[in-house]
Design a protein around this ligand. Structure first.
Ligand SMILES: Cc1cc2nc3c(=O)[nH]c(=O)nc-3n(C[C@H](O)[C@H](O)[C@H](O)COP(=O)(O)OP(=O)(O)OC[C@H]3O[C@@H](n4cnc5c(N)ncnc54)[C@H](O)[C@@H]3O)c2cc1C
Length: 338
């Protein structure tokens, strides 16, 4: 009989990755994933999903390198397997280009992607006002497919799924032994974290099957990411903006900026526009604490606040969250484990 009850809150890429890691590694636990919104209505669903990262200021670099590498290796194995089309995970080659040489020419993740190197002059010549660039092969993980694939994998491992909005973690304290919080921006209300804030991102999907390489401007504002069914072009990074409506001004600006990089994009048909709020924080919160809920102390493992890099770091931080759940289990009274 499964003796320890674990609940994972959140059905985005962080929640489902964490739930799969726990359900597969700890078969004696009964794992329930509970969330207000599921695919296709999460932030993760609309993410461009290119694996790429920036440094968080206060997390040891070794830990960030591990998050990136674990995620990359996990998704690379899927991309190279028969599951690739169903999971929406593919290899993607291309360029990151800069107006000025960046201070950090060899980012911390450069050893983990494939074939990282400076761009040649010939490659750079396509972008007349760019002085420096990096060429590499990374992964594009399309969450509109990947979340459904993870959900199947979670159910296969015995996991259960429940749709429900929580007003407080108190609502879970009588039914579960361990709570895993992967509620993204929802953590602002759910655990009263004032450090979490939205960074509004708008992207368009366009039909341009002739484009095969990703192109990302070094400032992260403009990007062109070819995917399985369409090309994602973006974007915006508006801090503190909660507006979920598509903005026509942003659409125009995205198309102008992207067409300046790749003129043929002005001929592409716009298929859809989408807005998502990146669950941002100075550093992601991947840690555990004991919370006093309804008179008893309940272990809570947090895994949220990945900002613009949630798809990139999901599997790596999920493995860390699994390690924290294991620590909670070691410290639980024997009675709860029986
Ligand atoms: C335009 C755009 C482009 C992006 N591109 C990339 C990219 O190329 N690469 C990359 O790595 N990342 C990218 N991101 C970032 C990525 O989308 C996020 O980091 C990631 O989706 C965060 O996942 P999450 O699971 O934490 O949050 P979400 O996907 O927002 O999931 C949160 C879950 O918690 C649930 N929840 C919240 N509150 C409650 C509550 N009170 N009760 C019950 N359930 C609750 C929600 O219903 C939902 O299921 C992009 C984001 C945007 C907006």
């Amino acid at each position: 009989m499964k003796s320890v009850k674990v609940v994972v809150v959140g059905a985005g890429v962080i929640g489902f990755s964490t739930a799969v890691c726990i359900a597969e590694a700890l078969p004696f636990c009964s794992v329930t994933l509970l969330a207000e919104k599921f695919s296709p209505d999460t932030t993760s669903d609309g993410a461009a999903g290119l694996l790429f990262a920036a440094k968080f200021p206060d997390i040891p670099l070794e830990r960030q390198r591990r998050w990136f590498k674990d995620s990359f290796d996990h998704l690379l194995a899927i991309a190279q397997s028969q599951h690739s089309p169903e999971a929406g995970v593919m290899l993607s080659s291309g360029w990151q280009i800069f107006k000025e040489e960046p201070a950090d020419k060899k980012p911390f993740w450069s050893d983990f992607v494939i074939g990282f190197r400076p761009m040649t002059d010939r490659e750079l010549n396509q972008f007349p006002d760019r002085k420096f660039g990096q060429a590499f092969t990374t992964i594009k993980c399309e969450c509109s497919s990947y979340l459904l694939w993870l959900e199947k994998r979670f159910r296969k491992a015995g996991g259960q799924v429940q749709q429900r909005k929580l007003n407080s973690l108190q609502e879970l304290s009588n039914s579960y032994d361990i709570i895993v919080n992967c509620s993204g921006l929802g953590s602002k209300l759910l655990v009263g974290d004032t450090q979490v804030y939205p960074v509004r991102g708008q992207v368009l999907k366009v039909e341009a099957p002739w484009l095969q390489h990703f192109i990302r401007d070094g400032d992260g504002m403009t990007y062109i990411y070819p995917g399985i069914h369409s090309v994602t072009v973006g974007g915006t990074r508006q801090e503190g903006n909660w507006r979920l409506q598509v903005d026509e001004g942003d659409t125009k600006s995205i198309l102008e900026r992207c067409s300046r990089l790749v003129p043929s994009l002005s001929k592409a048909k716009v298929l859809s526009a989408w807005v998502g709020l990146r669950p941002s924080r100075r550093n992601p919160r991947v840690e555990r604490e004991l919370v006093q809920l309804q008179g008893h102390r309940v272990p809570v493992v947090h895994n949220y606040g990945h900002g613009a890099w949630g798809v990139t770091l999901a599997w790596g931080t999920a493995l860390d969250a699994l390690g924290l759940v294991k620590q909670c289990l070691h410290e639980m009274p024997l009675q709860a484990k029986l």
